[in-house]
Design a protein around this ligand. Structure first.
Ligand code: ZN
Length: 327
């Protein structure tokens, strides 16, 4: 059981209840982990798939449950790597208007805050990518979702990225892939805590959806170091689980690919309004570093799905540029 008291204290200070961040809690999540895939996947036929889907639906979790699952997995992995967290960590959702997550000290604890964009844009774009489509229809939808997020901070609706080809085993496989990407974002914040970046950090004021909040500022070097440790925190402890390994390797591609598209859209549409108080380096540089890190541990060869995701993102960028020229 994770201790969320630091997060609850933050909400109280802003006179908020969890239901005030309701849009986030409604993010649909069909997490049923690799066990189901491993056990049932190869044996599923068309008549079984609806049953599995219903079972998955019944296990759908809200966003806090999802974060708790990530915390538990990451904490277990921290122990396996022989590392020790210097303080208690609580994760939570808060409209920090940053695609990346941010962290702050909260008394003796660390508070790791994820923006709604982190969770829902990663989900929407991964599932839109998963459409079985040989047209640019999914790229069109992805561009629309990102444009609305950048210009109006609008969150995508599940109906927008649902698709007839997303069902059964296919849906499960991609749901696991996208939750691994979300877990990577949380792992990055845990990595900052483990590396002592939060204890030393200066805090500066960020505008948020509910007023100003001080958040830790980090150097670029610290950001790259956190990315690298985060990758180790989401890798399965045994490399005999080849499916889990492949899924984990795709996570940085999805996170930085989506971030690169958001950054490019910001630069094209609202360059002066792009938040400049974010210490995270440009996504393209983080992606390059992640590829090097994967190569260094011999995992570039199992990152093929991630490379495919980047082709999807590149097509989105081309489409976005064409649309802006037409406009
Ligand atoms: Zn960071």
């Amino acid at each position: 059981m994770t201790d969320r008291s630091a997060y609850e204290r933050l909400l109280e200070r802003f006179a908020l209840s969890p239901s005030d961040v309701e849009p986030l809690l409604q993010v649909e999540h069909r997490q049923t982990i690799a066990d189901l895939w491993t056990e049932l996947g190869p044996r599923l036929n068309d008549s079984d798939r609806p049953k599995v889907e219903r079972w998955v639906e019944s296990r759908s979790a809200d966003c806090n449950t999802l974060l708790e699952m990530f915390e538990n997995r990451i904490t277990r992995r921290i122990g396996e790597l022989g590392l020790t967290l210097p303080c208690k960590c609580a994760t939570g959702i808060f409209p920090i208007y940053s695609f990346n997550a941010q962290a702050r000290r909260e008394g003796d604890d660390a508070l790791l805050l994820l923006d709604m964009g982190c969770i829902s844009i990663l989900e929407a774009l991964t599932l839109v990518w998963a459409w079985n489509s040989d047209t640019l229809a999914n790229n069109e939808v992805a561009c629309r979702i990102v444009t609305r997020y950048v210009t109006g901070y609008e969150m995508p609706q599940a109906a927008e990225y649902d698709h007839p080809t997303l069902h059964g085993v296919r849906l499960l496989a991609f749901a696991e892939l996208l939750s691994k990407a979300q877990e990577y974002v949380v792992a990055h914040e845990f990595a900052h805590v483990l590396l002592g970046h939060l204890a030393d950090a200066a805090h500066s004021v960020f505008p948020t959806g509910y007023g100003e909040l001080t958040l830790a500022t980090k150097s670029r070097e610290q950001e790259f170091a956190a990315d690298e440790l985060a990758l180790r925190l989401i890798l399965p402890s045994s490399d005999t689980d080849s499916l889990a390994l492949r899924q984990a390797c795709v996570a940085p591609y999805i996170v930085f690919g989506v971030a690169a598209l958001i950054e490019a859209t910001f630069d094209a549409l609202r360059p002066s309004e792009r938040p400049n108080n974010d210490s995270h380096p440009p996504a393209v540089l983080r992606l390059t570093a992640a590829r090097s890190a994967l190569a260094a541990i011999g995992l570039l060869a199992v990152s093929d799905l991630g490379e495919k995701f980047l082709v999807f993102i590149q097509d989105c960028m081309i489409l976005m540029t064409m649309k802006l020229r037409e406009a």
